[in-house]
Ligand binder design. Structure first.
Ligand code: 17E
Ligand code: FE2
Length: 437
């Protein structure tokens, strides 16, 4: 890892601002952000030339299951593609996980995330395991990767709080051991009453242990799965909304408009956050439909337009629920914008919010996040100039700096078009490719 003293990035484009900027930092903290009159030409070991490309806060993945990654097909593939078969296949694999195997897969995946400019990650870890092996492994991983990624750990009761033997005790134990966030899965509990009581119980634990809340909530196409209203009401009554997240809420894609209209009033007042995992949900949901076939996502655009906080996440990489994925959260953004009808002009102007600022708010990162004087010198550079270009060009993060240290550099693809005739034509064609046209 490269250590820094006084450093600056010149010729940087910043989101939602015009002109070019110089960002100076030392000892891992930003100490100046200055507008430039024009392009600067400077060289030296203490200078990074952004070449007019976009400099922004690191990307965030606020919802992934690092204990289950890279286990697809072990010991059997999820043949139906449903959430429920995924849970069964995972239960099979879970019986053979070890401390070392969990650590190795989680760390390998974190490398994939870091390679795509992610520096903040919230991982769920299944605690419906009497030995809590995955959780113990993840605590070690968190410590070992802390120079490259800030990892929040959710105690996630995959097989239920009320419907799994000693579910309540295991969840509390996980929090006593140091989990940062308490989770839940009310739509999977055996009865509606158990779903409701599981939400009350996990909210009690959140207050008792002063932890954040992130519930897998209504991840099903059943329009009668209505635990979101219970979670939002609990958050409102306890005045905890900004610390509470509802993940998935895919049933909302099946709610009727009259109910949703009423529900949105509560959701807004509660101030809770939302996470949608668009690639995961388009894959797992709609599985009991023939045609017409539901998309199985929550109402992302509507939640966003109502002024509530919503972000996107990967959820899985090559696990019993989802067989592909490579750590590139821009793939998720691209898919999400398509699936949610969010490729309109307005949405494209600020779509990176869905994988950066909004996600940071969900994770309650506060002063740890943002390009501002006094905040950590943690940022990424893209090979594009703005949100629209990042999506349109399928751009990638080419540099990632964390607390002043360069933790990732990517060489841009070199493509030559050999079908064109003269060297001059080749130059033109290659340049056009490089800028993505
Ligand atoms: N567990 C769950 O309940 N839902 C998911 N989408 C994943 C794990 C990935
Ligand atoms: Fe999940």
């Amino acid at each position: 890892m490269i250590r820094e003293k006084n450093m600056k990035v010149i010729n940087a484009t910043l989101r939602k601002k015009t002109g070019l900027f110089t960002i100076s930092y030392h000892n891992g903290v930003i100490d100046a952000i200055e507008p430039q009159a024009g392009l600067l030409i400077l060289e030296g070991a203490d200078v990074i030339d952004a070449k007019q490309q976009l400099l922004m806060s690191p990307l965030v993945d606020p919802h992934i299951h690092l204990d289950a990654v890279l286990t697809a097909g072990e010991p059997e593939w999820n043949m139906s593609g449903t959430l429920f078969e995924g849970i069964e296949r995972w239960a099979q694999r879970k019986s053979s996980i070890t401390f070392e195997d969990t650590k190795q897969r989680a760390k390998q995946t974190i490398d994939m995330l870091v390679a795509h400019g992610i520096q903040h990650v919230r991982t769920h870890v299944d605690i419906t395991d009497p030995q809590l092996t995955g959780l113990q492994a993840m605590f070690e991983v968190k410590n070992e990767v802390k120079d490259v990624v800030n990892l929040q750990i959710v105690a996630f009761p995959q097989e239920g709080i009320e419907s799994f033997k000693n579910g309540r005790e295991l969840l509390e134990k996980a929090l006593q051991m140091g989990a940062d966030v308490v989770g839940g899965i009310p739509h999977f509990e055996y009865t509606r009453d158990k779903g409701v009581s599981s939400v009350h119980y996990l909210m009690d634990l959140a207050e008792k242990y002063n932890v954040l809340v992130d519930v897998h909530c209504d991840e099903i196409d059943d329009p009668n799965s209505r635990f979101l209203e219970v979670l939002a009401d609990e958050a409102l009554v306890r005045n905890m909304g900004e610390r509470v997240t509802a993940s998935h809420t895919t049933a909302m894609g099946s709610y009727d408009n009259a109910y949703c209209y009423k529900l949105f009033r509560l959701l807004k007042r509660s101030k809770i956050n939302f996470i949608s995992c668009p690639t995961e949900s388009i894959h797992l949901q709609g599985r009991f439909d023939s045609y017409p076939k539901r998309r199985g996502l929550t109402r992302v655009a509507e939640i966003d337009r109502a002024g509530m906080n919503i972000c996107f996440a990967q959820d899985s990489i090559r696990d019993p629920w989802y067989p592909v994925g490579n750590g590139n959260i821009l793939r998720i953004l691209d898919a999400g914008l398509h699936i949610c009808h969010m490729l309109g002009y307005e949405d494209l102007q600020h779509c990176l919010d869905l994988i950066s600022d909004n996600s940071a708010k969900t994770m309650c990162l506060g002063d740890q996040y943002g390009i501002e004087v006094g905040k950590p010198a943690s940022f990424i550079l893209f090979n594009a100039k703005n949100d629209y270009e990042v999506v349109a060009n399928q751009a990638k993060a080419v540099l990632s700096v964390r607390h002043g240290n360069i933790i990732m550099q990517r060489q841009e693809d070199q493509v030559q078009l050999l079908s064109v005739n003269t060297p001059a034509q080749r130059d033109v064609a290659t340049t056009r490719l490089a800028i993505g046209v």
